[in-house]
Design a protein around this ligand. Structure first.
Ligand code: G3P
Length: 212
């Protein structure tokens, strides 16, 4: 299993990458806009920091496969490690099929059902991104979706990777890891929460006192 960082903030990425715990980065239009910088420049800088899959999302206003494909070709030129993130729609599936057969990695996003994930996998997606937190937000147990997709993919020898996304707390990470996610894409704040534990702090203070 791998951890990706779910942010477009260069400082956050540099800091966490130095710990050797992330294998990639995911972005989306909201995360890019939050940083307020040029999309291509931001994605390029991220790809130069983290040597792994960097998900960059196509313009969500594009509704035709041909337009999604054309934009994906431009984005893919930014860096060899770029993965094209495409929202799960009919036209998105068509674009996924074409791009996959061209050798361009696709991460199908905004996945909220096992059937959506299955269709994306059949279309050739390298990754599917089920959103755990947003299901929890509407009183549906998000991690159950990870369990279902993982069981379907394993039983049918489907190689598409599950990226558990929309992660809101450390418990989501543990639950998704137990549920069979191949990747969990984690916000900076949650990574920091995962590292810390009050008993560790208490133990360090005692060791320092005894050492001194
Ligand atoms: O990778 C998708 C993630 O950024 C969405 O998270 O908290 O907006 O549901 P959230």
């Amino acid at each position: 299993m791998e951890l990706f960082l779910d942010t477009a903030n260069i400082n956050e990425i540099s800091e966490i990458n130095n710990m050797g715990i992330i294998s990639g980065v995911t972005t989306n239009p909201s995360l890019i806009t939050k940083e307020g910088k040029d999309f291509k420049e931001t994605v390029k800088r991220i790809a130069e920091i983290v040597n792994g899959p960097i998900s960059a999302e196509v313009n969500p206003n594009l509704t035709k496969a041909i337009d999604i494909i054309n934009e994906a070709h431009v984005i893919a030129q930014i860096h060899p490690n770029i993965i094209i993130k495409i929202p799960m729609t009919e036209e998105g599936l068509k674009a996924c099929k074409t791009l996959t057969r061209e050798g361009i990695g696709v991460n199908m996003t905004l996945i909220f059902s096992a059937n959506q994930a299955l269709l994306c996998a059949l279309s050739g997606a390298r990754y599917v991104s089920p959103f755990v937190g947003r299901l929890d937000d509407i009183d549906i147990v998000g991690v159950d979706l990870i369990k279902s997709i993982s069981k379907i993919f394993k039983q049918n020898s489907i190689s598409t990777n599950i990226i558990a996304a929309s992660i809101r707390n450390p418990l989501h990470v543990t639950e998704c890891a137990l549920a069979g996610a191949d990747v969990i894409t984690v916000p900076y704040k949650v990574i920091k929460q995962m590292i810390a534990h009050p008993l560790t702090d208490i133990g360090i203070e005692k060791f320092k006192k005894d050492y001194n």
